[in-house]
Every structure is written in C-alpha cells, then in structure tokens.
Design a protein around this ligand. Structure first.
Ligand SMILES: C[S@@+](CC[C@H](N)C(=O)[O-])C[C@H]1O[C@@H](n2cnc3c(N)ncnc32)[C@H](O)[C@@H]1O
Length: 285
C-alpha cells in the first residue's frame, strides 16, 4: 500500500473508532456530569486512547522532565487526552498533531469545554511531514500511535528535528516481536491501520542514528497483555453505543480484529515498549 493510501485507510479507521467525541460526551452525560462545569480532573477519566491510563503519561512526563515552561508536542494526539492532562498537571504548553481531522476537531471542542484552549492546541498534520520548524519543542511524546506510521526512519527524524538540542523524545508504542504470521499482519494492517511495526532494537537504532542518546527502553509486552484483555472487555461494554453510532457491522469488524490483536500480544508475537531519548548536543544532525 502506498503511504497516501495507508494514511487514507488510517483516517477511515479513526473516523469509525469506538472511542470518539460523541461517545465521550454521551458517557459524561450518562454519568450525570454537568458539561457546563466540565474540567480536566473529570474528563481525564473518559478521553484517553492509550494503555495504562494517566500513570503512563506521568512516566513519560517525569522521565522527560516536563515542567511549567516546557512546550510539548504530542505526535498523533487523538482526542487530546494526554495533551490536556500534561497541561493541567504539569503546567506546560502542549501542541498536538493528528492525521484525522475528526479527531483534531473533537480534541479542540473537548479542550474548549474544559477552558484549556489557551494552553493546549491541535492541528491536522501527518507526523511524516511535521509542520513545525527545527528545535521548536522541549519534549516530543507519543502513545500507542506510531504503530500506524509507515516510515519509522522518517518519523523519528522528523520528531528529532523539531526537538531542541538537550530536549527529549519520550514515547510508548506497539511493537512487532517474533512469530507474527503474514496473514495476521495483514488483518491487523487492514483492521487497525497498523503499518510496518517498530521493534525495541529498531527504535534504538533509529534514535541513535538521528542524533539521540537513548537513556531508557522498557519492554512492556507482558504488562500490556493483561491490560489489553481488559480493554477488549471495555470495547465489548460499548457494544450498544458503537452499534447506535456506527452500525452492527462496524462493531463486529472491530471485535474480530481486536480479539486477534489481544491474542497476538498475549502470545508474545506483538509487544510494547517505552522509550526515552535525549537529543544530544554532540550528535545532533
Ligand atoms: C490510538 S490513537 C492515540 C491517541 C493518543 N496518543 C492517546 O493516548 O489518547 C492513534 C492516533 O494516531 C493518529 N495517526 C495515525 N497515523 C498518523 C500520522 N501519520 N500522523 C499523525 N497522526 C497519525 C490517528 O489519527 C489516531 O488519532
């Protein structure tokens, strides 16, 4: 598949994703939350699309030294949950980029609802063509999203380019391990929009080749196996809402492919990793 065709298929998948703006707002209403007084302490329980909740964001933020005067870029920011959480809890400024327009529009609306638009902003952009100038950001983060991006070498180079010398890349991602069957890879590519998946060693190599010192890599595969089994149940709990919004076929398609995905993680054919790398003064390209 060409890069352009892949990008279109990712957007189609996220336009029909069970976690979406409408579903978030419906769930808030169902829980009797008054939307006129919505704040980030409440919204953070509804708007994340990565594994391990806010603890995972804290790990990235603390290891990368995010503080009040940091400007953070969230690459593939989804509904904007991590961006708002970072701004609210660390006092930093956050910019998010995402390929899917409906996600960016939803992220902006949710941010307006929490009155955080002065601190957090989003724009539509492909991570492979990062629209920002060199060395604009103190920290670049990403969570469970770079698995969709086909050219990892260019992705890392773009992320490093926009990071200040001495700044950090801190991200988690879904990885390929050993034994993934070609037919399963194809189902995951078509159903979840995955692309060439990164590996623990592959990301290390790319980060080092792009002028970074890798400070930490953590293998998250075993932990994610447990989390993803629960997440599959969470998506099944959204059955009625997903069918109402997107139709029965969309629900069934998602359930089939997500079941395969969880199975592959549990079997160790897929995995996860957390990466922390500092853009080095000596080796910066
Ligand atoms: C699983 S969501 C992650 C959202 C967010 N990190 C979070 O934790 O809530 C993946 C996001 O990646 C975005 N995405 C996929 N390919 C992209 C690309 N090439 N450039 C920018 N965003 C991309 C999708 O549109 C989607 O919103």
């Amino acid at each position: 598949m060409s890069i352009e065709a892949h990008a279109r298929s990712v957007v189609d998948i996220y336009d029909a994703h069970p976690i979406n703006e409408q579903q978030i707002v419906d769930k808030l209403k169902l829980d009797d939350i008054d939307l006129s007084t919505l704040n980030e302490d409440i919204l953070q329980n509804y708007d994340m699309d990565h594994y391990d909740g806010v603890e995972a964001i804290d790990k990235l933020a603390q290891s990368a030294g995010i503080k009040t005067d940091s400007h953070v870029l969230d690459v593939a920011s989804g509904m904007g949950g991590p961006a708002r959480y970072l701004a609210h809890n660390y006092g930093c400024t956050v910019t998010g980029i995402d390929l899917t327009q409906s996600r960016v529009e939803g992220a902006k609306r949710l941010t307006e609802m929490t009155k955080m638009s002065g601190q957090v902003d989003f724009q539509v952009a492909n991570a492979l063509e990062n629209p920002f100038p060199d060395q604009k950001f103190d920290v670049v983060i990403g969570q469970e999203a770079w698995c969709h991006i086909p050219d990892k070498k260019r992705l890392i180079a773009e992320c490093v380019r926009v990071t200040k010398v001495g700044g950090y890349l801190a991200f988690t991602d879904i990885l390929e391990c050993t034994g993934l069957r070609a037919d399963h890879r194809e189902v995951l590519e078509q159903g979840l929009g995955y692309s060439e998946l990164g590996t623990l060693a592959g990301y290390r190599e790319l980060l080092e080749a792009s002028g970074c010192v890798v400070e930490d890599i953590e293998d998250l595969g075993a932990r994610w196996g447990v989390i993803l089994r629960q997440r599959l149940e969470m998506y099944r709990g959204l059955e009625a809402q997903t069918i109402d919004l997107l139709g029965i076929e969309a629900f069934r398609r998602w359930d089939r492919v997500y079941t395969l995905y969880v199975d592959q993680i549990e079997k160790g054919h897929l995995g996860g990793g957390r990466f922390l790398a500092r853009k080095s003064t000596q080796n910066a390209p």
